[in-house]
Design a protein around this ligand. Structure first.
Ligand code: CUA
Length: 330
């Protein structure tokens, strides 16, 4: 690549990175919890040491290329080649690697340490969405992990099919979800907000569309949210919604999805008991509005090819009722 082209390439990269950081995208240099801070600090230490090593080694190459050996110019060098190799090639790298090893082990120990009174959440990775269960509060939701700010969270991670990986750049991770193995990730969030997470282990054609949201809110707001899900509404809120519930029960929907308090107890797809309150659909693939929900029901394959949700053929009037019902589930 010629110099101007290279400069343009670097400039474009910087603009892209800046755009990433300013549009609320997940950005790992913007940590929102103590564990994320620790991981980011280790990253900066590694980056700084690597940068210093790079500059020093590049400097030596530069000097060697332009000056040559001193002995050839008549003046003997003050340091023997052996001493240089022992110091620069063994002692210094040993010290640097020990510092990095200590920092990494220390950070890992802190991040993994159990804390008192954690909120337990069980996440199961599926192709390609996340089941999110609150075992002590006895409810399950999907693709949205709500947590109270400041409280230690103990997240159990399992996989139903293949290996996935749970990663929220601003909060931490990545911890793999492995079939047959129960992993635990402990974290806290310091600041209320919605943080996007992403599956970080290639798991099939829709790996890129296997995202989720971590919603951190005040303990009071979290309690309200959890209480609402512990006690879902007992029935449809109106006539149209009641028709929609009937449509749901007699269509293929009920075979794959659960809506607590009804006869629908399928477990292949996400629990829909609070689907109307979720911000996104299809594991944070599209916004949860009426148009996208209708599109998802009629033909999810155009939005997420390969997902297990089949196209559903449904009369327009039934669809309106079904949409009203699903959107009322909050
Ligand atoms: Cu799940 Cu990648």
């Amino acid at each position: 690549m010629r110099a101007p082209a290279r400069l343009a390439f670097v400039a474009a990269g910087l603009v892209f990175l800046t755009a990433c950081s300013t549009h609320g995208s997940p950005y790992m240099f913007d940590p929102k919890g103590p564990e994320a801070h620790r991981i980011t600090s280790v990253w900066w230490l590694m980056f700084t040491l690597a940068a210093v090593v790079y500059v020093v080694v590049a400097g030596f190459i530069f000097v060697a290329a332009f000056r040559g050996r001193r002995s050839e110019t008549g003046k003997p060098s003050r340091i023997t080649d052996n001493g240089f190799i022992v110091v620069g090639g063994i002692a210094v790298p040993f010290v640097i690697l020990m510092v990095l090893a200590w920092a990494t082990v220390d950070a890992t120990n802190h991040v993994r340490r159990p804390e008192k009174n954690p909120l337990k959440i069980e996440v199961v990775g599926k192709r390609w969405w996340w089941s999110v269960e609150y075992p002590d509060q006895h409810f399950t939701t999907a693709n949205e992990v709500h947590v109270p700010v400041g409280r230690p969270i103990e997240l159990g991670l399992d996989a139903a099919d293949v290996i996935h990986s749970f990663w929220v750049p601003q909060i931490g991770g990545k911890v793999d979800l492995i079939p047959g193995q129960h992993n635990v990730w402990r974290f806290k969030v310091d600041e209320p907000g919605t943080y996007r997470g992403q599956c970080a282990e290639y798991c099939g054609v829709q790996h890129a569309h296997m995202a989720f949201l971590v919603v951190a809110e005040s303990p009071a707001a979290f309690d309200t949210w959890a209480l609402r899900r512990e006690n879902p509404p007992s029935g449809p809120t109106g006539q149209l919604e009641a028709t929609g519930q009937m449509v749901f029960m007699r269509s293929p929907c009920a075979g794959c999805h659960t809506i607590r308090g009804t006869a629908a107890t399928g477990t292949i797809g996400p629990d829909l008991t609070d689907v109307g309150s979720r911000k996104m659909l299809g594991a944070a693939t599209v916004p949860n509005d009426e148009g996208h929900l209708a599109g998802w029901i009629l033909d999810a394959q155009t939005i997420k090819p390969g997902a297990l949700m089949p196209p559903i053929s449904i009369e327009p009037r039934d669809l309106q009722a079904l949409l009203a019902y699903l959107r009322s589930l909050k």
